[in-house]
Write a new protein. Structure first.
Length: 369
């Protein structure tokens, strides 16, 4: 009980204050602090740089170990591979996706009419077999028409906001490019930067705290790197398998749907179900009967990922129960949106690890006394 009290009063306030401070920082742009918004906007390329450097670091280390070469050559090879993958995506994937989106927007009225006609026929067939109340039939047809009109209005609103979205994307793209360049220098001198960070910690904290902080940062790096890199590989494989499967069943918008499924798969538990919704809607607009086959295929694919592929790649490093994962995603998504849903799982794993560490240390000290 004494251990629980110490844990409760010492750790919980720190966690809550950290979450509130992070929420305050990330919500500056929508608050009354324009100066903070400008500072964050100016620093965003450096945030990109840190994220990209962290993501590319495992590949660079692998090249260094495998070919026994120095930093600069391994760095050059790493960025050649990365730029090659991006170029491949621009040349092969982007045109296909844009063509799919163009076909969707152009043929949307026809898709809506065909879908409405198909559903009306099915309702009439069902009515002949089971003699539905005419009021129910009218209500179903009215709801169907309204739903299709809502989808049409939603997509038209997306088109109307395309210009402003393009401007925002262009600005973010240049910040990304700037961050991409900065990440090269971060990886080149990462040991120097790490040594500077260690010196700062050593100056600010006494010896016992130094060891605890460095141990915690090492654990954080291990959890985040394994989760982020592993989940990226897992989602890429799922995206490729989804594309192959959709091609085999001749599903429309196969590449677009596969990208959606792969990206949403990055979010544990909820991601697969989020990806199913647009996949079903896109297929349903073009081919209603095939939409149910696509839905079943994606569901089976996600079961394969959840029970076999994901555990194989990610192992048990995160070590969270389903309840804690769902709790983390709910809190992270509510506070910080999609990014929060993704990062909440490794953060929750760190909180759990640190909490157990505090409890064990407290227990050991009490035994010594």
């Amino acid at each position: 009980m004494k251990i629980f009290k110490k844990f409760h009063f010492n750790l919980i306030p720190i966690i809550l204050i950290s979450i509130l401070m992070l929420k305050l920082i990330l919500s500056w742009e929508s608050s009354l602090i324009p100066f903070g918004s400008k500072i964050l906007s100016m620093l965003s390329p450096f945030f990109w740089a840190l994220g990209l450097a962290y993501f590319f670091n495992p590949l660079m280390k692998l090249i260094e170990r495998r070919f026994n070469i120095r930093r600069v050559p391994s760095l050059i090879i790493t960025y050649i591979i990365v730029i090659g993958v991006i170029a491949l995506g621009v040349v092969i994937i982007f045109p296909t996706v844009f063509n799919s989106l163009g076909d969707l927007f152009r043929n949307l009225p026809e898709y809506a009419e065909n879908t409405q006609a198909w559903l009306t026929d099915k309702i009439n067939e069902f009515n002949k077999d089971y003699y539905l109340n005419p009021l129910i039939v009218d209500r179903l047809e009215e709801t169907l028409t309204k739903s299709l009109n809502d989808i049409n209005v939603f997509i038209n609103s997306l088109l109307s906001s395309l210009f402003s979205s393009t401007i925002k994307f262009t600005t973010s793209f240049f910040k990304f490019i700037f961050g991409f360049i900065i990440s090269i220098y971060i990886l080149k001198d990462k040991e120097k930067l790490l040594n500077i960070s260690k010196r700062i910690i050593c100056r600010l904290f006494p010896k016992p705290k130094q060891d605890e902080i460095l141990e915690f940062l090492g654990e954080a790096n291990s959890v985040f790197s394994e989760f982020i890199i592993g989940k990226s590989i897992d989602s890429f494989i799922i995206g490729v398998l989804c594309y192959i499967g959709l091609l085999l069943i001749h599903a429309p918008f196969a590449l677009l749907i596969s990208i959606i499924v792969g990206v949403t798969n990055m979010i544990p538990y909820f991601g697969p179900f989020i990806g199913m919704i647009p996949a079903f809607i896109l297929t349903f607009l073009a081919d209603p009967m095939k939409a149910f086959i696509v839905l079943l295929f994606i569901f089976l694919l996600q079961q394969f990922d959840g029970f076999y592929l994901g555990p194989k790649i990610l192992s048990e490093k995160v070590g969270l129960s389903p309840l804690l994962v769902i709790l983390a995603i709910t809190i992270g998504g509510g506070l910080f949106g999609v990014l929060g849903m993704f990062l909440s799982v490794p953060i929750m794993a760190l909180i759990k690890t640190y909490s157990l560490h505090i409890i064990n240390n407290t227990s050991n000290k009490e035994k010594e006394q």
